[in-house]
Design a protein around this ligand. Structure first.
Ligand code: PEP
Ligand code: MN
Length: 360
């Protein structure tokens, strides 16, 4: 698949002067719930109403969606509010039913993108239709798998394509439900700059207090839109209660976000600068994260040395590290002087930590 300006035609056809917003509940629950949310979103910047009808739950026994009855409610939402509709499809039968009920946008969930069999089945069933199809990243941080999903749909002649970044699961603890790993969507964006890229801060954050910051980062990185879960009574939602917000809060959030108008194709200085600065902020945070991890290891060595009553400074080992790092640094375009300064500072901090441990 080649990048090509036509990839964003469906998005340009919305003729928006702000990012595309897709909003609605995690799950369709009742007709009244759907209609009340949709009526409050009507007239806002939201263009597409989302609702999960078939819910992929990690563990059985949880609410698994209302099923095809929910498609009738989506039809009613469209008829009464004029909003386009979107739902998740995970097999050929879902695709057929969604098409029969005139759903406008179909998305492939993160648990489906991991399976080439499922994506191929969906792509084969969609062949010949002109639906907008959005592919969420796979749950695991694997860019090739994400590319694979895009390529399978593109090969089935689906030209109204887009991708949704919803973060990646990790075993280690994080404040996010799914780590954003921004470098992955950035790499995808570099490869396909015209493929519409939408951020789903709801599934990245897993909690509503983080939504604003994650949404802002995505807009600063020139994402084309947002998909945000919105529920009339978030705390009592049947799924993903902690991350949903009321339509009123959503509308307020959209007002607060700094939207870089005209950022879609325009390569103006201000937009480029904002994008680079956000990347720098992410890189700086990564540096601190990795330094703190290094210090934790160093503390463990300190404890070991204390047990064996060994001196903190082991100069042979240290000289080896320095020599190696200077060589690696050179290969990466970093001057010897810079590498020396940084590693001396890191080393000093390690020694301070270990001295504290030895004398505790
Ligand atoms: C959803 O959008 O409600 C959903 C299940 O998302 P994901 O596939 O990203 O987990
Ligand atoms: Mn959800």
């Amino acid at each position: 698949m080649k990048n090509n300006k036509k990839l964003r035609k469906w998005l340009d056809d919305f003729k928006l002067d702000h990012p595309l917003v897709i909003a609605g509940p995690c799950s369709a629950e009742t007709e009244a719930q759907m209609m009340s949310i949709a009526n409050e979103l009507k007239g806002s910047d939201v263009s597409i109403f989302r609702a999960g009808i078939w819910k992929p739950r990690t563990r059985p026994g949880m609410f698994e969606g209302v099923g095809s009855i929910g498609l009738k409610w989506l039809q009613k939402v469209k008829k009464e509010t004029g909003l386009l509709t979107a739902t998740e499809v995970a097999n050929a039968n879902h695709v057929k039913l969604a098409i029969e009920h005139d759903v406008d946008v179909l998305w492939i969930g993160a648990r489906s993108t991991v399976s080439p069999f499922i994506v191929q089945e969906i792509a084969d069933t969609l062949k010949g239709t002109d639906k907008i199809v959005l592919i969420k990243n796979p749950v695991n941080p694997d860019l090739a798998l994400w590319y694979g999903g895009i390529e399978r749909l593109y090969s089935s002649d689906i030209k109204k394509l887009g991708v949704i970044h919803r973060g990646f699961s990790t075993y280690s603890k994080s404040k996010f439900r799914n780590n954003p790993e921004w470098q992955i969507p950035i790499e995808l964006q570099n490869k396909f700059p015209d493929l519409p890229l939408i951020c789903d801060p709801s599934h990245i954050c897993g909690r509503r207090d983080l939504l604003h910051d994650v949404s802002q980062i995505s807009l600063d990185l020139n994402f084309d839109g947002l998909m945000i879960e919105s529920h009339i009574d978030p705390d009592n939602a049947w799924s993903d209660a902690a991350q949903q917000i009321t339509p009123k809060v959503l509308i307020q959030l959209m007002k607060e976000l700094k939207i870089r108008k005209g950022a879609f194709n325009e390569e103006s200085y201000v937009n480029k600068l904002a994008k680079y600065r956000t990347k720098i902020d992410i890189a700086d945070n990564d540096i601190l994260e990795i330094l703190s991890k290094r210090m934790i290891i160093s503390d463990k060595i300190g404890k070991l040395k204390k047990k064996q009553n060994v001196a903190v400074l082991q100069s042979k080992r240290w000289n080896e590290i320095l020599g190696k790092m200077i060589l690696v640094g050179k290969e990466k375009g970093l001057s010897e002087d810079f590498v020396l300064k940084i590693f001396k500072a890191i080393h000093q901090e390690s020694i301070n930590h270990q001295n504290k441990i030895l004398n505790s």
